[in-house]
Design a binder for this molecule. Structure first.
Ligand code: BTX
Length: 324
């Protein structure tokens, strides 16, 4: 509620001193009992206070715990994450977000879960996320784009995810076409974009993002242990999931708005700056054709651009790349 936010704001702005219950009740125009009840609720969310008789309260710790409230506090976005639907455990945030979208959920509504029991990957693959050490979230977009431009949103999301990881860890990830996010050659995050559209208009797009944050190696399913990694495994540090989510949403909002007003060119440049094996020659199989060529970029429809030995450019829409 807005009272809660105001209370947290007041307490955080006075973090070095005690504030009296009376002062808070004046500021918030609430009874002292009501203030006390709000403080108890914040404690249940993981905020910690020092309470001294005749002096009042001092905020000594904001929670690491992820909840609607803790995510909301300190989030500086204008519209992304202004409505947050948080679950300790859910089948898939993608499913819940798409239900919200179908019943009129607003652009920027975010669904977050600590654990998913049926996390979805692309092409009916599963996403290993029945684990509280990752960030699993989906949000609704309602862009005024033609449906054929929707793949650009996936490319945009990949660049935002790469930027977020780089900002928080100092390590530069790579984007492996079509859309794996790698850190030191292992998969650290995945993106699932689902769209509902008519011929010439998008109803909504659900962007689903999964990032392995504080996993130990044994937290991964044996089938992916060798190929998957987490921020903690690669950098030997633990990360605050709340901070990760907030940074991600803030960067996304800015980059998305820039994309809507300036188009795809900056996204393309950013994607290419993170592209795995950019300018390397790779072997690939596309349909029946086996060939090799140099990776020279990404096209606006998501195709990988390859240059062959004669200098001709090819656009690969689906291909198996031999990365190693
Ligand atoms: P993808 O199809 O590119 O990747 C799925 C493949 O990645 C799996 O087949 C497996 O090999 C591997 N994999 C599975 N889980 C993990 C993991 N945790 N870390 C690394 N590799 C893994 C990418 O699909 C799209 C993933 C989107 C996940 C988000 S989470 C929030 C939202 N809700 C939901 O159900 N899906 C999205």
């Amino acid at each position: 509620s807005s009272t809660r936010e105001k209370l947290i704001e007041l307490l955080a702005s006075q973090a070095n001193t005690f504030v009296s219950g009376q002062w808070l009740s004046n500021q918030l125009q609430l009874s002292r009992t009501a203030v006390w009840k709000q403080i108890k609720q914040l404690e249940a969310d993981g905020y910690r206070f020092q309470a001294v008789p005749n002096k009042g309260y001092r905020l000594i710790e904001t929670p690491k715990k992820v909840s609607e409230n803790t995510l909301f506090w300190g989030l500086s976005t204008k519209w992304l994450g202004k409505v947050i639907d948080h679950y300790e455990e859910i089948s898939s945030t993608q499913i819940i977000a798409s239900q919200h979208a179908q019943s009129g959920g607003q652009e920027g509504l975010v669904v977050v879960a600590e654990k998913q029991t049926a996390g979805k990957g692309r092409l009916n693959r599963a996403w290993d996320s029945n684990h509280h050490n990752g960030v699993w979230l989906s949000f609704i977009l309602r862009p005024n784009l033609i449906p054929s431009h929707a793949p650009q949103l996936t490319l945009l999301t990949a660049t935002v995810l790469a930027r977020t990881i780089e900002k928080l860890t100092g390590v530069k990830p790579s984007i492996k076409w079509p859309n794996d996010i790698l850190l030191n050659d292992r998969k650290i995050a995945g993106i699932l974009t689902e769209m509902q559209a008519e011929q010439d208009a998008i109803h909504h797009v659900i962007i689903g993002i999964g990032i392995n944050i504080n996993h130990k190696e044994s937290d991964f399913d044996a089938s992916i242990m060798k190929r998957a990694t987490s921020l903690a495994l690669e950098t030997d540090k633990q990360y605050d999931k709340r901070v990760f989510i907030q940074t991600l949403l803030e960067l996304f909002e800015g980059q998305y708005e820039a994309f809507l007003s300036h188009g795809f060119t900056p996204v393309k440049a950013s994607w290419e700056s993170y592209a795995y094996r950019f300018c390397d020659v790779v072997h690939y199989k596309a349909g029946k054709e086996r060939a090799k060529g140099k990776i020279i970029g990404i096209a606006s429809d998501g195709a990988l651009m390859i240059e062959d030995a004669l200098g001709n450019t090819k656009h690969l829409h689906s291909a198996e790349i031999d990365w190693f």
